[in-house]
Design a protein around this ligand. Structure first.
Ligand code: DP6
Length: 361
């Protein structure tokens, strides 16, 4: 599929006056990270993530035909029950980017009602779940207008549109593992949408757990746009993109052969490399907090003493995602609650695990 295949032509919207649809779409946690992109939202390397189950956004999109036609987007946003002006510019920008592919969006007045399952400003990015939920709602309208589209086209185009809103959102449509970005060893992989990991996943990675420790719930210090831009003129950028693609080759094998030790090693190295890129860019940032490091030390200590396969990964922030296999869940949960919660803001954390993707409600 190319961009051209997603352009809608001659779609007659005259018979669809109004309606509404609702999608629940998950967040995801990258194992090999996307950091660096070119226009329009094309990643500099392939990335792979676990789709999450409990962290999600639910979006209801109500649409009604405009009384007088105009090319100006008409959108009202209601977030957690209240009219929200703050999200509107991002949504208008998203509409501008996707209008070529879903041109009917200029013909309707939209009301977007959206809620997250995780606390707002918890430091958990809602752009992946939020943009994918909205993209899926737009696809539901497209399907109303053209019921003949295949399920595969629906899913691919939803991921394609979501990507134009936020890169990582391309990985939030399906589960359990999604690859986004062209890679020679992942058949059908693409720079313009995410694809399900195409090989059999070893049982060790089934129902993998991700407990998110909320170390710092403050506003993001570095927005993703600023962050990705730091990779332009970064002295180590090309090595990083090459390394990430090599790590996709490695994790592809690991996910199939179940080598947990190799998984731990690779995932932690990816997290620290992402932060190292920020620490070595101009301007530079340190996004970890003292408590992030305390948690990392404790995880390493627990792993050594218990021959455990617990590990951590990080987003572009101070929160820690603690990853562990299903069979260690009792012991690791006990360790987290007794030893790690003291390092979380107000002892807050979220228990999550790998999920199967978005669903229509
Ligand atoms: C560190 O997807 O938030 O979480 O495309 O600008 O919206 P935009 O960026 P975004 O970047 C995510 C970066 C990351 C790593 C990852 O999820 O792969």
């Amino acid at each position: 599929m190319t961009e051209q295949d997603f352009i809608l032509k001659n779609l007659d919207s005259s018979k669809l006056d109004k309606g509404s649809c609702t999608w629940q779409s998950p967040s995801n946690i990258a194992l090999v990270k996307y950091w660096g992109k070119s226009d329009p939202q094309i990643p500099k390397n392939a990335s792979i993530s676990f789709t999450l189950q409990n962290c999600h956004t639910t979006t209801n999109l109500a649409y009604s035909k405009k009384e007088t036609s105009s090319k100006i987007f008409s959108v009202q946003v209601i977030f957690e029950g209240k009219i929200n002006e703050e999200f509107k510019p991002k949504i208008i920008k998203f509409f501008e980017r996707v209008a070529l592919y879903v041109p009917f969006i200029t013909e309707y007045d939209f009301v977007i009602k959206t809620d997250n399952s995780f606390p707002h400003s918890s430091g958990i990015a809602s752009s992946a779940s939020g943009m994918s939920a909205l993209a899926l709602c737009l696809m539901s309208i497209e399907k109303q207008l053209n019921p003949n589209i295949s399920e595969e086209y629906f899913t691919q185009k939803a991921s394609f549109l979501a990507r134009l809103g936020s890169g990582s959102a391309a990985r939030s449509v399906e589960g359990e593992l999604v690859v986004w970005g062209e890679h020679k060893e992942i058949p059908s992989s693409s720079n313009i949408y995410g694809v399900k990991f195409p090989f059999k996943i070893h049982n060790n990675f089934k129902n993998y757990h991700d407990t998110i420790l909320l170390v710092d719930k403050g506003e993001k210090q570095v927005s993703s746009t600023v962050g990705h831009n730091l990779m332009f003129n970064h002295p180590f950028a090309q090595q990083r993109f090459d390394q990430a693609n090599e790590n996709i080759t490695k994790i592809n094998q690991i996910l199939q052969n179940g080598d947990l030790k190799a998984f731990v090693n690779l995932v932690e190295s990816e997290a620290l490399t992402l932060h190292a890129m920020m620490m070595t860019s101009h301007p530079h940032f340190v996004l970890m907090k003292p408590n992030t490091l305390q948690i990392i030390e404790k995880i390493w200590d627990y792993r050594r003493k218990n021959n455990s396969n617990i590990c951590f990964t990080l987003d572009a922030g101070a929160n820690v995602h603690v990853l562990f296999p299903e069979r260690e869940k009792e012991k690791v949960n006990a360790f987290i609650t007794s030893k790690l919660l003291d390092f979380c803001q107000n002892n807050q954390y979220i228990c999550d695990s790998v999920g199967t993707g978005a669903r229509q409600l």
